[in-house]
Each structure stands twice: as C-alpha cells, then as structure tokens.
Design a protein around this ligand. Structure first.
Ligand SMILES: Nc1ncnc2c1ncn2[C@@H]1O[C@H](COP(=O)(O)OP(=O)(O)O)[C@@H](O)[C@H]1O
Ligand SMILES: [Mg+2]
Length: 414
C-alpha cells in the first residue's frame, strides 16, 4: 500500500493539513516542536489506530477542539485500486458526534467499521522511533504492546481475542474483589465461568504469542549479529504462565512439526490438540491458584502479565546492557517486525522513521537503510542536508524524493 495524500483536522498542532506525498521517500524536516512527529503519529494512528506516544486519544485532539480526524488516501498496488481510510476521535461536545459519549469512529472507503480488527491491517505501517528503546529497557507493558501490535497487523482477529481477554480479566477481578478476601462456596460458580473462558482465550493468545516470539527471535538475532559484527548473540524468549510452553513443545516434539507450527502451516487437527491441552492445563492452573487470588482480591498469574525476555550473550538486557546495545537490539526487533509483516502480507509496509538518524550511529543507520530500500518511507529530521547525504547510499538518482518543511503546524512542500 502506498500513501498518496494525508488530510488532518484538529490533530495535535494541525488545525488543518492537506498534503500530497510521494511514492518513495518523503523527508519531513524542521526545527524542534514544529509538528514533524505529529505527522508520523497521524499516519500511524490513521493506519493502525494505536499511537506510539499515547494511549489517550483525547491527547491527540488539538488543544481547545473536540475531535481529531485523520484521512489517509492510499493506493493498493496489488489490486490497482484506491483505498480511503478515516480514523477519528470525538469528545461528547463534538458537533460531528451524534452519540452522547466520547468515542472513536473508523471508516474504510466511506463505510463505517465498527470493529478495530477489521480496520487494522488494511494499510500497514512500521514505525521506528526513539520510543523503541522502551521495548528493551522499559516495563513489560512496552514489550506486550510491541508484540500485540505486530500480531494484530498480520492477524487482525488477534485484536478481538485480546479485547475479549481483557474484558473477562476485568470481570474476573471484579468478582474476586467482591469475595472480600474470603472464600464463599456458593459463589464459586461465577469464578468457574470466568476461568473457563479465560483458559480458552489465554490458550489462543499464548499459541500466537509463542509463535511470533520465535519468528521475531530468529529474525532479530540475525539482524543483531550483523549490527554487532557477529560478536553478540541476541535471544528473545516468550515468558508466560509457567508450564504453558512445555505443553506446546511436548506436542510439537516430532520431526519438523515445530517449524510447521512456527510457519503457521501445522495441520488443523494438531493445532486443535495443542489448544485443548493448553486450555486444560491453564484451567487447572487457574483453579489451583484460586485461593491465592481470592485472598489478594486480584487475578495474578495470567497472560496480562506476559513478557518477552531479551538477552544478549545469555545476560538479561534490561539489567546488563549498554545504551548502545539496547539501541541495536531495539533496531533488530523493529527490523524483524518489518520483515514479518512483509512476509505475511506479501507487501511492504509503509515505513515511518522518526528522528532515527540522530539517534543511531553510522553502522546502525546502514543496517536500517539496507533493510528498507524498496518501501515508501517517511523520515523526519531537523537538517535537510544531513538526510540527503545519508539517503544517497540507498536512493538512486531516479527515485523521487520529496521534501516537506514544517513550521509551527504548517507544512510547506518543496
Ligand atoms: N493536542 C495538541 N494540541 C495542540 N498542539 C499540540 C498537541 N500535542 C502536541 N502539540 C504541540 O505539537 C508540538 C510538538 O510536535 P512534534 O511533532 O512532537 O514536534 P517535532 O517537530 O519536534 O517532532 C509542540 O509544539 C506541542 O505543543
Ligand atoms: Mg519529533
């Protein structure tokens, strides 16, 4: 998918923005705090709904306004058709909001889309931003966000499972709280009900997360090895409800079937067998931990606590790595994301490079640029000439590079 035109209404510091962009490299430059990242964020939210900077939609509404609206006009090279996407968020005061509550509205070719999962994945973007460092050094939530968003982009129904799981966990927590720390036999049925649903949904999430962590691990390790001249061995391991992984591995213990599972080509019957075993295992686990949960009034050990262990030469990166190593690992993880999306969707996602040139040293820039030369790219930077020099290594003279200068919420195409 190629982006042709971006229209913004009341998004961050843009009251109104309407720009036509080029099919290959688009350089957005200007001084700090002028609105460069805001454009990158808008493209990312317009395509995948989730912002890399905030989880609060309201924050993205221009100060003093009541809605933001992002329109992306795209072209699908595979089908030769034009695609229009619109993502907006409206407060209860917005004149465009005919409901009484604040909320999001999404449109695909003018048709309202009620499920985010049906909107995501139409136009894929991958963003490289300074915040990527949080995947390596931040809290588990940053790693879950990275993993979840990656899976959503290639398998949108995953988003629905994620949403259902969150709702059930909330309900289970409300139920546990109402026990007030004391076991009450007469109310155990309700917990049974939530646990049954949770076991079912958790097993689906775990199977997907396990699979994608393995895919990420293989690709990220290869990239990291190149970036570090073969000196460092990056390892990504999925961490979830204890024992779950052993259940999956136990069933996949045969010639080549582990790789089929990872590639997504495992026969349905074996997948169903894994799902049943895992779901039974988790249900037992939930029951065995029930008294603990009742005592504490909160559901402790579940997929909402999942994490990814990232290690370098066997040492946990969060504790034992330098800033430079963390940057390399974050870059390797993002390049892995890019390749996985490209492989699964058979088309290159749009790349959004926010301030990465100033963050990365020469070697890492070369690694990044060599992985992305065929995609449509948006790059932000403060200095136009710096990017021009950098790009000369990947951009041949016949590639159409467009420059946009940004000055306090106004964009000047050059
Ligand atoms: N909701 C908002 N409404 C209006 N302005 C905003 C909003 N959020 C951020 N801004 C402004 O956007 C500017 C920062 O834009 P950003 O794209 O991050 O800058 P940069 O060009 O450095 O990437 C700041 O001036 C900030 O005040
Ligand atoms: Mg910025």
């Amino acid at each position: 998918m190629i982006l042709k035109k971006i229209e913004l209404t009341n998004f961050r510091n843009y009251g109104r923005l309407d720009i036509e962009v080029g099919p290959s490299v688009n350089v957005i430059y200007g001084n700090n705090a002028q609105g460069k990242t805001n454009i990158i964020e808008a493209i990312s939210v317009g395509s995948s709904v989730i912002s890399h900077r905030t989880s609060k939609d309201k924050e993205m509404i221009k100060f003093g306004e009541n809605e933001y609206i992002i329109n992306l006009y795209c072209h699908d090279e595979v089908y030769g058709s034009d695609v229009e996407l619109q993502a907006g968020y409206y407060t209860e005061k917005s004149v465009f909001n005919n409901r009484k509550t604040p909320g999001r509205q999404l449109f695909h070719d003018g048709m309202e889309i009620s499920k985010i999962s049906r909107y995501m994945g139409v136009c894929n973007t991958v963003i490289f931003a300074p915040e990527d460092l949080n995947i390596v050094k931040g809290q588990p939530a940053s790693r879950r966000k990275y993993l979840n968003l990656l899976i959503c982009k290639v398998s949108p129904s995953y988003y629905d499972i994620l949403g259902k799981t969150r709702r059930i966990i909330d309900q289970k927590n409300a139920c546990l709280k109402s026990f007030k720390g004391r076991f009450d036999k007469s109310r155990e049925n309700e917990l049974d009900y939530w646990d049954f649903s949770l076991a079912d949904l958790s097993s689906e999430l775990i199977m997907e997360r396990f699979r994608y962590c393995e895919l990420i691990s293989r690709r990220a390790a290869a990239h990291h090895s190149v970036i570090s001249d073969g000196k460092e061995n990056l390892k990504i391991e999925y961490s979830t409800i204890t024992g779950s992984e052993a259940v999956i591995r136990g069933i996949l213990d045969g010639d080549g079937i582990f790789d089929q599972f990872i590639a997504g080509t495992l026969p349905e019957a074996i997948l169903a067998q894994i799902k049943t075993s895992l779901s039974d295992y988790i249900l037992n686990k939930l029951r065995s931990e029930r008294f603990n949960d009742i005592e504490r009034g909160i559901y402790g050990n579940g997929v909402h606590r999942d994490d990814i262990d990232i290690s370098l030469n066997g040492l946990s990166m969060r504790q034992y790595s330098s800033q430079g190593q963390q940057r390399s690992a974050a870059l390797a993880l993002k390049l892995a994301e890019l390749e996985i999306i490209r492989d699964k969707t058979k088309s290159s996602p749009i790349l959004l490079l926010d301030d990465v040139f100033s963050e990365l040293d020469e070697g890492r820039r070369v690694s990044l640029l060599s992985g992305i030369s065929t995609a449509q790219i948006f790059i932000t930077c403060t200095d136009r000439s710096f990017v021009e020099n950098e790009l000369s290594s990947i951009v041949t003279s016949n590639v159409d590079t467009r420059f946009f200068r940004v000055e306090s919420g106004t964009v000047f195409p050059e």
